[in-house]
Structures are given as C-alpha cells and as structure tokens.
Design a protein around this ligand. Structure first.
Ligand code: ME8
Length: 640
C-alpha cells in the first residue's frame, strides 16, 4: 500500500482558527479522505507553532506565561478541528519534547558540518512574518502582508549558509516541474532564486527572546522561528528514524497559503539539503480568502469564526463552498452572500432537489421500491456512462489540485440527471400503465446516478454523502479501492423517503454580512420575527383572485420561469411570469385553477411583462405546489 503524507502549516498559537486556516486544514482532510478511497496509507499532520516574539508578546498582553498561554490556544485549535470533523493523524506542537530534540539534532548536524556560523546582521524585521524582509519586499517601507513598518533589528546571531544550496535547489525545481505548484508560485520561487540568496538568521539571543528552543551549541541563543517550525514536518512522522516515515516523506505534500511561500519554497528545501534529508515531494500553494474588508487574518481582526459557520450552515456546506468557490491558486472572496448563493443554487435547488424529488417519485410511483429496468435506451446509457466516469474524471482534477473543477465535475452529473428527469417526465409516464417499463428505467437511472454522485461526494461532504447513500440503503464506509467495493443498488429493496438535505437559506437582507447567515427553521415554520409582522390593514391591501391558466410556455434561457396567460374574470387575460418551471411542465398547467395576487404592480422578468403572481406552497424538501381554490368559486371570485 503506497503512502500519502499531507501537512498544513502549523498555525501560530496567538489566535484562534479562522476561515483561512480552516480552508487549508479542510483541503488536507479532503485529500486524506480521497486518497484513502484509492487505498493509500495516509497521514495528516497539523498543529501549532508556539515559539517566537509574536506568541511571547500575545501572552504578555494577557499577563500569562507563554507556556500557559500556548497550552490554552493550542488546545482550542485541537478541539476546533475535532468539532469541525477535521481529523489529523497527529496534532503537533513545537513545544513537544520529540520536536525540540529533533530540531536540536538537525541544528547540531548542520553546525558540525560548518553550515552555521556566528555573525552580525541588521535588517527590517517583521514580527507578523517572523522574518527579515528585504528592501525589495517592502511596500512603501511597510510589510505588504501586515501593513506594519518592520523594526530595524541589528544584533549578533547565528546564520545558516543558505546561499551554499541555492544552485542545488534551482536544479531540483527545474528537474521536478510539479515540485511547487500551481505554476505561478513556482515562478515566484524561481524569481527569488534569480537573485543571490542572503544567509538565513536562525537565532535570537535569550536576553531578547527566551521563548524558544535553545541552540545545542550555544545556550545563550534560541532558534529563530522558521528553523524550529519547518522541522515539524519531519518530527510529525518521526523522520529521520522509522522506515514507514521514509516512505511517507517520499510521498509528502505541504499545503500552504501564499503568504509563506518563501520559507517553504526557499528556506525549507535548503535546510533539508544541508541536513542531508531528501526534499519533500510537493509544495501546494493556495491564494487568500478575502472578505469585503480585505484579506482575512487574525492580525487584521476581520476573521470569520468557522465554528459559527458550522453552527449556521453545517461543515459540509462550508467544505463544498470553499472548494468549489475558490479557483485553486488564486484569491477568493468569502462572504455570507456568496455562500448563500452557492447554497441555494448548487445544494438546495440542484443536489437537494434531485435527491428529494427522486425519492418522492419512487415512493409515489413504485411504493418506494428500487425498480428493475428491463433495458436502457440511448439517453439512459449516455447518462450512466457519464456517471461511471465521474469519479475518475473528478480524480484527474484532484491530481492537478483543481479542487473547484473536481467538485464541478460532480455537479455536471447532477445537472445532467436533472435535465434527464425533466426530459423523461416520470410524472407523465406514471399516468399510463403502458409506460411502466420506461418509468422503471428512468427511476432506476435517477437512483443509480445519485448513488454514484454520492460516492464521489464522500471526501467533499463526509456527513451528507453517507446520508444520501443511507436513503438508498447503501453502506458508505470508505474502504480502499472504494469504487470496486462500493455497494450497488439493491433492486426491489426500499428507499427511504429521506429528509430535506439543504433547507433553503435566508439572509436577513438588512444585516447582510458574512457573519449574519441564518438557516430557515426546519419544517417551513414561520419564525416570530417582530420586524416581519404586518398589520391587518397591510394584508387587506393585497387582492387575491381566482384565476385559470389558459396558456403556458417556457421562456428561452430561463430554466426556472414559465410564461402564463391567466383568466381572472376581467376582459383581458393577464400575463404572469412564474418561477415554477422546475416543478411543473407547461402542458400540465393549462386549464388549472390558481390563486392570483391581482393588484401587483406590473414588472418585467427576462424581458417579459408580468402582471401578477401565483400563490404556491413550498417545503424544506424543495417541493412546491400551486395553491388553488375548489370548484365552487368561479374564475374572478375574490379570496379573502
Ligand atoms: O504562517 N486565506 O502561521 P499562521 C487563506 N506559523 N488562507 C489563510 C488565510 C487567508 N486569508 N490566512 C491564513 C504561520 N491562512 C506559521 C507557519 S509552518 C512551518 C509555520 C492559512 O497562523 C494559510 O494556510 O499565520 C496560511 O499559509 C496559514 O494560514 C498561515 O498561518
């Protein structure tokens, strides 16, 4: 069984997890689940970076010792990941004893071979980055990431001869095109290597910073944060040392954000070259999540709390949103509005609706039993072929680390099934016993595609996908070579009615910020919202009239809208554009009685005049039904 080892940055223990750190950790968790499905022996490392000025200063501010402070922060990180369903194989702390020993051993080795020397250096030190910035990196004298003016620090320190390994690193990058990816970040590192590298300051005198790992060859100095932190990737798997660790290291991938490309793309590989350890396999870099107020970060104070997001929409929705929304490698915008849009479009309307309407059709037309198709026509075969290649094609996107496209591939299938249903019209087939075989075939194909889509969804949505599969009576434990052992539909056995997977989200429009998403209560109940109550007089202003649909047609390029001509007892028929095309075929509406809001100001929808609205009832399962009066009241009658 081949190995796969993935790491996230170890996050500074000076704050709490936010959407940015949760994103990186979610990607690692996704990859581990995905490679486990392929049968790899996976290992996932995350943790906290606890030494250095930044953490020491944060502890001092609270009047705590650094140890007391980092114990608290670190345990909050660890429990947050657990709460969010992100399960590292090890949660490492740079204060762990085995890590301190590992750092000291590596330092000693590099020192003994003459690659660490004592010298003096003055430079622009950014505490946010915990490193010296070169003149070139400064933007108007400030750190471009933290918008602070770095401090001029000049003191005697130990230096690592990074420059000695510059050419070797350059050769490695050229010989291994996917060593750093996506391409733009490889180019960034190549750009850094075009200039002569300065040697790396690796220490602080204990007189200035005591919170660190003492150098093994000089107790008056502690290691400087990066030489300590980066080594965690080796300590985490016990490398150098055990055989298993060697195999993991040969298949290692560091996931990071673009803020720490230089330490990972330059410092770390040169340190490894000096230590005589093979280089990691991949460095995979993502962009920033920005909020409407700029880059989201702990130090800028605009971070969104992932536990709050989980409470509001659930972790699966978050996972799907961040992987689908961000074009991997570029920056993405995180806002409640963007989340709501994806939720309603992709999850509630598309996936949720597909599952709920399929299950309800199987119950309505086949007593809940999975039908056995006699044969498959061309269209059904085409759909099934698409479904059967979904996991493999999604996997190709995962391999190229285009997570947004990988998720998109599953939705390509979901969309196709929805179109297939609309074209096959099971509700019409069900009207005539002669079409029984065709109805069996259609329902079977719907269920089969849902089964495969849910299988592909397992690493993206580890709570929802098993739920969907359980509706179909399928066990979804992730086993090696998943799709070879993935349970098939048990023909003739019963499917569940299921529950609403994604109740529609509503954002309070007046307070629409990234933190203010509220899920609609289950069961379609109305909340007691004082601002939402209306006076009796207001209700009286609405005129409701009994109408009858005389004509109905689809509107081109508007998949939700139908254009209706409605008789409401007046001389002219009204034209009404209604968003019901996903729920009704145009043909089945003609002749139907409806309740019309008849005194609405006319409006144009997709260029079509709409002179009223129809009343409809809906529920969390995505069902929608037109409300219409009985036979007694004739067209034109008033509803009050
Ligand atoms: O740099 N968008 O820790 P850190 C996307 N301790 N990702 C973001 C983000 C954003 N707005 N903000 C943070 C450190 N991240 C060092 C690492 S590793 C040996 C030492 C994520 O707490 C992203 O992964 O500042 C980024 O690289 C990391 O958090 C920085 O975390």
């Amino acid at each position: 069984m081949s190995a796969y080892y993935v790491t996230t940055p170890i996050y500074y223990a000076n704050g709490l997890p936010h959407i940015g750190s949760t994103y990186t950790t979610t990607l690692a968790d996704f990859l581990v689940r995905y490679y486990s499905m392929l049968g790899k022996d996976t290992f996932f490392l995350t943790g906290t970076d606890e030494h250095g000025d930044k953490v020491q200063q944060a502890a001092e501010k609270l009047g705590k010792s650094p140890k007391e402070f980092t114990d608290e922060v670190s345990s909050k990180f660890e429990s947050a990941w657990k709460e969010l369903g992100l399960n590292p194989s090890r949660f490492i702390r740079t204060t762990d004893e085995d890590h301190k020993e590992n750092v000291r051993n590596i330092l000693q080795k590099i020192y003994d071979q003459g690659d660490i020397y004592f010298g003096e250096y003055g430079g622009h030190y950014c505490t946010g980055c915990e490193r010296f910035l070169t003149e070139k990196e400064l933007d108007d004298g400030k750190c471009p990431d933290h918008q602070t003016t770095p401090e001029w620090v000049s003191e005697k320190n130990y230096f690592f001869k990074m420059s000695k390994y510059q050419d070797q690193l350059l050769d490695h990058i050229k010989a291994n095109p996917d060593f750093i990816r996506p391409e733009r970040y490889k180019n960034e590192v190549l750009g850094l290597l075009r200039e002569p590298l300065e040697d790396l300051c690796i220490s602080r005198p204990t007189s200035r910073l005591s919170w660190g790992i003492p150098l093994p060859f000089d107790e008056n100095y502690v290691t400087y944060v990066w030489f300590d932190a980066l080594v965690n990737y080796l300590t985490g798997i016990g490398y150098p040392g055990q055989d298993k660790a060697k195999e993991r290291w040969e298949n290692s991938e560091h996931l990071i954000g673009k803020d720490i490309v230089k330490p990972h793309g330059v410092f770390w590989p040169t340190m490894l070259l000096a230590a005589g350890v093979p280089l990691y396999k991949h460095l995979t870099v993502h962009g920033y999540w920005n909020t409407p107020s700029g880059k989201m970060s702990k130090s800028l104070g605009n971070a969104v709390d992932p536990l709050e997001v989980k409470k509001q929409v659930g972790m699966d929705v978050f996972r799907y949103f961040v992987m689908r929304e961000m074009t991997f490698g570029l920056d993405g915008n995180y806002s409640g509005e963007a989340l709501e849009t994806r939720y309603n479009a992709d999850l509630a309307n598309n996936l949720g609706n597909l599952v709920s309407r399929t299950l309800s059709m199987v119950h309505k037309y086949r007593d809940g039993k999975i039908p056995v198709p006699k044969s498959l026509n061309e269209e059904s075969k085409k759909l099934k072929t698409n479904a059967l290649s979904c996991f493999e094609e999604m996997g190709q996107f995962v391999e190229s680390r285009e997570f947004h496209k990988a998720a998109g591939r599953i939705w390509e299938l979901v969309d196709l099934v929805n179109v297939y249903i609309d074209r096959s019209k099971p509700w019409s087939l069900a009207k005539n016993e002669e079409n029984a075989d065709q109805l069996d075939e259609t329902l079977y194909c719907q269920l089969e595609c849902i089964r495969i889509a849910a299988g592909c969804l397992l690493p993206f949505m580890p709570d929802t996908a098993p739920k969907i599969l359980s509706f179909l009576g399928i066990d979804s434990k992730i086993e090696p070579n998943f799709f070879e052992t993935f349970e098939l539909l048990k023909e003739g056995s019963e499917v569940e009615k299921g529950e609403a997977l994604f109740p529609r989200l509503e954002v309070n429009k007046e307070e629409k910020t990234e933190k203010k998403i509220a899920a609609k209560p289950k069961g379609g109940k109305v909340t007691e919202d004082k601002a939402g109550l209306i006076a009796f007089g207001d209700f009286q202003k609405i005129e409701l009239t009994v109408g009858q649909i005389m004509e109905a047609a689809k509107i081109e390029d508007a998949d939700k809208l139908l254009k209706l001509k409605v008789d409401i007892g007046t001389e002219d028929q009204r034209q009404i554009v209604a968003g019901i095309a996903k729920h009704y075929q145009a043909e089945e509406l003609v002749g139907r009685k409806v309740a019309v809001v008849s005194n609405l100001k006319p409006a144009k929808l997709r260029g079509e005049l709409s002179e009223g609205m129809l009343l409809a009832a809906s529920d969390d399962a995505g069902n929608l039904e037109l409300v219409y009066p009985g036979d007694l009241i004739k067209v034109g009658g008033k509803i009050s």
